[in-house]
Design a protein around this ligand. Structure first.
Ligand SMILES: Cc1cc2nc3c(=O)[nH]c(=O)nc-3n(C[C@H](O)[C@H](O)[C@H](O)COP(=O)(O)OP(=O)(O)OC[C@H]3O[C@@H](n4cnc5c(N)ncnc54)[C@H](O)[C@@H]3O)c2cc1C
Length: 408
């Protein structure tokens, strides 16, 4: 029997993209069959759906299938734990990326009953990163999925309870207890909580992008720029401060860096624009929109070409850089705490020196925190620092006389 999940669909189908992203987020391997180019795929889809073309149709290793499943149906089929065993914990960690998991390991080792809740798969962005070359302790680098699995195993070893595919929708506190509500309608209570929900890099949304992330499309020049040492050209999408800064950084690895900007002018500050203008290795293309990312046709699954549309003339042009770096903005995952904790002007969580937010008992660490560096090693470090801040907070709470606890 087949050991792999097969997803049958088409590139234009949003539900297919959602299902593929869900499986990818859970770090589940699957085989993609585009029925528009695979006649055998059409036959299988029709066979499974009484002659109808229903996509996505997902065939599982046990021979069963789901047609157009919701994420909840997929989670159930894959046996993901979505309800916790208890309702009250010492600590609830929202976000099972490197920061949150590190805090959970520290807390559980100190015998705090700890629950981690993640809206996608455990491991966060690190878990879906192809290769990590700058994380200390791994001289040959390490695959992101392998590192994530190791951290999860370590958390399991200390008895951390973990839920996946469960979004947290609100975190509130009445000074004595934190209430965490999930999209499944459950409420969990804890003496303290950590928000470590990271930030999402904005994507262009162009066809082909999802499949080529980590395989030619990147969001971090410090992390992935060195992979391109000696290549002839890289493209940076985005003409704001980050795009230009990272583009200048990338010139040390390649002969040419081309900034592609959707609008008719760069939006970075004047200083950066002047620097770019004075750097002979840099080019700027204005008024260009990405229409498609194409894979190489050698079957390697790597980025082969970017199709750009000139927004003035409507003309299409194909460029063939070794890689593309996307810097079109960052969305902190803080929507569910907006209005309840203080955020900075970029909507990142403001904390004090002990990483406590403006809400008593609620801490923040990693990429979601204002002032964070968006690096794995820092996220892990902040996770450890938050655990120590939480311990001190809980000790202070325990030391409070009863009348003060009641007064809040
Ligand atoms: C493609 C890519 C490559 C990278 N390469 C490197 C590298 O080479 N070296 C390096 O140092 N750094 C790298 N980084 C950055 C590094 O991965 C991050 O700095 C690090 O993962 C941040 O950890 P975190 O725990 O703060 O957040 P994340 O890893 O983002 O984890 C946050 C978690 O919170 C969950 N979540 C979000 N919202 C909710 C919610 N409402 N309810 C429940 N859970 C929620 C998410 O599903 C996610 O699992 C890379 C990032 C990307 C995207």
């Amino acid at each position: 029997m087949d050991e792999i999940i097969r997803v049958y669909g088409a590139s234009w189908c949003p539900d297919c993209r959602r299902a593929k992203r869900f499986l990818g987020d859970q770090r589940v391997s699957f085989e993609w069959h585009d029925i528009e180019v695979d006649p055998d795929g059409v036959r299988i889809v029709q066979q499974r759906n009484n002659g109808n073309n229903i996509i996505p149709t997902i065939v599982f290793p046990d021979g069963s299938h789901l047609s157009e499943p919701s994420n909840e149906e997929l989670a159930e089929k894959m046996g993901l734990e979505r309800t916790a065993t208890m309702h009250v914990y010492d600590l609830i960690v929202v976000g099972g990326g490197p920061a949150g998991l590190t805090t959970s390991i520290y807390a559980a080792r100190e015998n705090l009953q700890t629950l981690v809740i993640d809206s996608k798969g455990l491991g966060g962005q690190a878990g879906v990163t192809e290769r990590l070359d700058n994380y200390p302790g791994f001289p040959d680098g390490i695959g992101g999925a392998e590192l994530a699995d190791r951290i999860v195993l370590q958390a399991q070893r200390y008895g951390v309870e973990m839920l996946q595919a469960v979004s947290v929708t609100s975190v509130t506190s009445d000074r004595e207890e934190v209430d965490v509500e999930t999209a499944t309608g459950d409420h969990y209570h804890a003496r303290a909580a950590l928000v470590a929900t990271g930030s999402s890099y904005r994507r262009t949304g162009a066809p082909g992008e999802d499949d080529l992330i980590g395989a030619g499309i990147h969001f971090c020049a410090t992390c992935d720029g060195p992979f391109y040492k000696g290549a002839s050209e890289l493209v940076v999408l985005g003409g704001g401060n980050s795009g230009l800064e990272e583009g200048l950084f990338l010139t040390q690895f390649v002969d040419r860096v081309t900034i592609v900007q959707r609008g008719d002018r760069l939006t970075a500050n004047k200083l950066l624009q002047d620097k770019v203008a004075m750097t002979p290795e840099m080019d700027v293309l204005l008024n260009r929109e990405v229409v498609e990312f194409k894979p190489k046709d050698d079957g390697s699954g790597k980025l082969g070409a970017i199709v750009l549309k000139d927004r003035e003339s409507g003309e299409l042009e194909e460029i063939h850089p070794a890689g593309a770096f996307v810097f079109i903005g960052l969305d902190p995952n803080t929507g569910f705490v907006k209005g309840s904790v203080d955020l900075d002007d970029r909507e990142l969580i403001l904390t004090d020196m002990g990483l406590q937010s403006s809400m008593p008992g609620v801490f923040a660490a990693g990429d979601v925190r204002s002032g964070s560096t968006k690096q794995l090693a820092s996220a892990v470090g902040e996770g450890a620092a938050a655990a120590i801040g939480i311990r001190m907070y809980l000790e202070a709470q325990d030391a409070k006389p009863m009348h003060m606890m009641e007064a809040g």
